[in-house]
Design a protein around this ligand. Structure first.
Ligand code: CA
Length: 300
C-alpha cells in the first residue's frame, strides 16, 4: 500500500470504527452462541489419576497413609490409577465404619450417570467370609445407603433399599456374578433417583447391559451422594477371615442428565474395547448375572 492511500484510508477507518461503537446495530447471526448455557461436556466430574492432585473435588475419608495412593500398576488407561487399601485396625474417620472412601458433592438433579473401571487383585483381594461395599449412593442422615454395590462370597451384588425402615428386610438384591480378579472391568450406572415409580437404574459392564430396574430406588427425602472406595462395617467390632482389602479404580466419572452411555465409557463400543484390550494384552470377560441371592449384611 502506498503512503498516500494509507493516509487517505486511515481517518476513514477510524470514523467507521467510531460510528460502530456509537451505533452497534444488529449483530449478524453467525449461528454460534457466544455465551452457551451448557458446557460442551456432559461430564460433571472425571478422575483419571493422571494429574497432580487426584480427587481434589471430593471429601476424602482416608484414615491412614495406606488408605489411598496413586499407583503405576495396574492401570486401565494412561499411566496411573487409584489404589484404595483397607486394613483391619484402620482408624474410624467418620461417625462409624472402617472405610477408605471418597464422597462426591451433593447433586440437585434426579438423573445422573456414574462410571468407573475397577480392578480386584487376587493377592490383595482374596475371598472373605464377610462383605464390603465398593460404591454406594448414600442419603445423608439416613443410615444404610439406598443403593450400593456389595462384594460378598466373592460375588458382586447390587442392593437397593427404598423404605425408610433402615437395616430392615426391605432390600432388593441382584447378583451380578463372581468378582473378576486381576482384570479391569468398566461399570456404568444410569440413575433416575426417585422414591416413586419413575425411578430407574441401568447398569452396564464393559459395554454390556446387565441390569434394568424400574421403580423406587431411594428413601423419601434428599438426593443421594455418590461414594467409591472400600467400606467394611464389620471390622469396626470384629475380625473376618482376611485383614486387608485392595481395590484399584481408574476413569471415575459422573455425567449429568444429558449424558449418554458413550459419554461415560472409556472406549465407545464393546468391539473397540475388546480390540483395544486384546492389543494391550488384557481381555474383558463377561460374567452374566446368576440371580443368586446371598447377601445378608447391613451397610452405610
Ligand atoms: Ca489413569
Amino acid at each position: 500500500m502506498n503512503k498516500e492511500l494509507f493516509i487517505f484510508i486511515l481517518p476513514i477507518s477510524f470514523a467507521v470504527f467510531g460510528l460502530l461503537l456509537l451505533f452497534p446495530g444488529e449483530t449478524p447471526d453467525t449461528g454460534q452462541d457466544s455465551n452457551p448455557k451448557e458446557p460442551d461436556s456432559h461430564l460433571l466430574y472425571e478422575e483419571t489419576f493422571e494429574g497432580p492432585d487426584p480427587f481434589d473435588f471430593v471429601w476424602k475419608q482416608f484414615p491412614e497413609n495406606h488408605s489411598f495412593q496413586v499407583s503405576n500398576s495396574p492401570v486401565f488407561q494412561g499411566k496411573k490409577s487409584g489404589k484404595f487399601e483397607l486394613r483391619h485396625g484402620d482408624r474410624i474417620v467418620t461417625k462409624t465404619g472402617v472405610r477408605s472412601e471418597v464422597l462426591f458433592p451433593e447433586q440437585f438433579h434426579r438423573e445422573r450417570w456414574y462410571s468407573f473401571a475397577v480392578y480386584f487383585p487376587s493377592d490383595g483381594y482374596p475371598v472373605d467370609n464377610d462383605a464390603e461395599i465398593i460404591t454406594q449412593w448414600h442419603q445423608e442422615q439416613m443410615g444404610s445407603p439406598s443403593t450400593s454395590l456389595f462384594v460378598e462370597n466373592d460375588h458382586l451384588i447390587i442392593v437397593v433399599r427404598n423404605d425408610p425402615v433402615f437395616n430392615g428386610e426391605k432390600r432388593e438384591k441382584h447378583d451380578l456374578g463372581q468378582v473378576p480378579k486381576d482384570q479391569w472391568q468398566e461399570f456404568v450406572f444410569h440413575f433416575i433417583h426417585s422414591n416413586d415409580g419413575d425411578g430407574l437404574l441401568e447398569i452396564w459392564r464393559n459395554g454390556d447391559k446387565i441390569l434394568t430396574r424400574s421403580g423406587p430406588n431411594i428413601y423419601p427425602g434428599i438426593l443421594p451422594k455418590w461414594k467409591i472406595g472400600i467400606y467394611k462395617w464389620t471390622w469396626e467390632k470384629t475380625k473376618t477371615s482376611v485383614n486387608k482389602r485392595i481395590v484399584y479404580f481408574d476413569n471415575v466419572r459422573m455425567g449429568n442428565e444429558k449424558a449418554t452411555l458413550e459419554d461415560l465409557m472409556s472406549i465407545n463400543s464393546v468391539s473397540a474395547n475388546n480390540a483395544a484390550l486384546a492389543k494391550s494384552g488384557r481381555a474383558y470377560h463377561a460374567f452374566p448375572p446368576t440371580g443368586k441371592d446371598t447377601i445378608d449384611c447391613p451397610g452405610r
